[in-house]
Design a protein around this ligand. Structure first.
Ligand code: BES
Ligand code: ZN
Length: 446
């Protein structure tokens, strides 16, 4: 293991907290992580505060705000996704190590590594210059991975505290190592769960099969009804609000390295690509909406066979959305589609889940240009401009509730294994992130 710098020591301390937000057994670790962060920020000379919510705390920190300077809000999340399946990790998820130039741990990229780069960039500037060139507000939450249920209400209640001219977030992708990437869009999301019920209990499939409907067959038919054979979503009105891709975007994206159809094949290991015809993989994931099955279940799952006719079946669905689709409107259309297509002999229960709006901004606005210059300084290369397939639901809420656009300065590589075993973050991206923060505040001050 190469010598560990003070910056890496800080990141390692941060990564050692098992701050898994979805699992109530880890609530104490989430809180300890927030308290560690609070202490770190106060120790740097910022004024930091911890704010309780119905679940996990929010941490806010500011420098001295001065009239006439631009106010920059930097958002990040200190919570992480669960680690299972644990047996597929090469090293323990909450004992960070450096191997092959990368930091290996849950949260290394998403989002602790990217977030800490901003914190340490600010610390470095304060140490070198005694002051920052802008009014800075850090906003860190512990609930991003569960859909940020308490953050929008916090924005509404604290709009004065969080008032800003622009938001910066490093929680998105970088198309290839060394290629600085400015994101100017995110897909939205709408989640739901469906249960199909048939007989009052599990039945012998010989005694009753053929006489009553099977919920497992029903859920398969229902799921199959969501797409046509070419992969287009068949929910009535699903595409009504979809904004068409701009010709300049298609032209620009065709030249972006690391996101060709061949790259998608290599990264995913899929036998072939599949999706809406007439679009590249980058276009399909960045600018087109989808319907995905995230989980499905019914009947016997154990070894061998069991002749059962199960009483019920479930499916967990999520829809990725693009401007100008509205999550609530889409969920209503989906509910109607599912009820209309519920197979005979079964009853359907529809449960809406969390959602977030899609986001898109102009990458060549004055602020976008400043971000591009900062990326160029930090990486010594020309930045590429992309939209993202993933979602950060609070980003559109920043625009709606604080009136500020967000600059997405992503450092996550496509093989970072975020949400999966063996999550990792290159040490060079961590160091570039620190430089990026310094350059960004410099450029945004202009
Ligand atoms: N950091 C990711 C989102 C991301 C990753 C965007 C890479 C673009 C590129 C974020 O933490 C995340 O996973 N978000 C969830 C949101 C959901 C739980 C509401 C997602 O996209 O599934
Ligand atoms: Zn994530």
């Amino acid at each position: 293991m190469p010598p560990v710098t003070p910056e890496l020591e800080d990141l390692f301390s941060f990564l050692r907290f098992a701050s898994i937000s979805t699992d109530s057994a880890h609530a104490g670790e989430v809180r300890s992580c927030a308290e560690w962060l609070l202490k770190k920020l106060n120790g740097m000379g910022l004024e930091a505060s911890l704010h309780e919510t119905a679940r996990h705390p929010i941490v806010v920190a500011k420098n001295q705000h001065v009239e006439g300077r631009r106010t920059v809000l930097i958002y990040g999340h200190y919570d992480v996704q669960p680690v299972d399946p644990l047996n597929l990790w090469n090293t323990s998820p909450f004992e960070p190590v450096i191997r092959d130039g990368r930091i290996w741990a849950r949260g290394a990229t998403d989002n602790k590594g990217q977030m800490m780069a901003h914190v340490l960039g600010v610390e470095k500037t304060l140490r070198e210059k005694g002051e920052l060139p802008v009014n800075l507000t850090f906003l860190f939450e512990g609930e991003e991975e569960i859909g940020s249920p308490n953050l929008a209400p916090f924005l509404i209640q604290n709009s004065e505290l969080l008032k800003c001219d622009v938001v910066a977030v490093s929680d998105t992708g970088m198309v290839a190592p060394g290629v600085p990437t400015l994101g100017y869009g995110l897909r939205g999301i709408a989640c739901c769960e469906v249960i199909l019920r048939g007989p009052k209990g599990d039945l012998h499939s010989g005694l009753f099969g053929g006489a009553v409907a099977n919920p497992a067959t029903g859920i398969a038919r229902l799921v199959a009804s969501l797409h046509d054979v070419a992969g287009r979503v068949t929910v009535e009105g699903f595409y009504d609000q979809v904004r068409a891709l701009e010709p300049w975007e298609r032209e620009m994206w065709a030249k972006v390295p690391g996101v060709s159809d061949q790259d998608f094949l290599t990264v995913t290991g899929s036998p072939t690509l599949f999706g809406e015809s007439g679009y590249s993989s980058a276009e399909r994931t960045w600018a087109r909406p989808t319907a995905e099955v995230n989980g499905i279940g019914s009947g016997y799952q154990g070894e061998g066979s069991k002749t059962v006719l199960p009483a019920e079946a479930f499916v967990k669905l999520s829809f990725r959305l693009v401007p100008d689709q509205d999550p609530k409107d889409i969920l209503e259309k989906v509910r109607q589609h599912l009820e209309l297509n519920c197979p005979p002999g079964l009853t359907l229960e529809f449960m809406p889940g969390h959602d977030g709006k899609p986001y898109a901004a102009d990458p060549n606005s004055d602020l976008g240009k400043a971000a591009q210059r900062a990326l160029k300084v930090a990486f010594n290369a020309e930045p590429v401009l992309i939209r993202e397939g993933g979602s950060i639901p609070i980003v559109q809420a920043f625009r709606d509730l604080l009136g500020a656009d967000t600059l997405l300065l992503g450092l996550a590589l496509s093989d970072a294994q975020i949400h999966a075993p063996n999550e990792n973050f290159p040490v060079e991206n961590f160091e570039a992130g620190i430089r990026l923060n310094q350059a960004l505040l410099e450029e945004l001050a202009k």
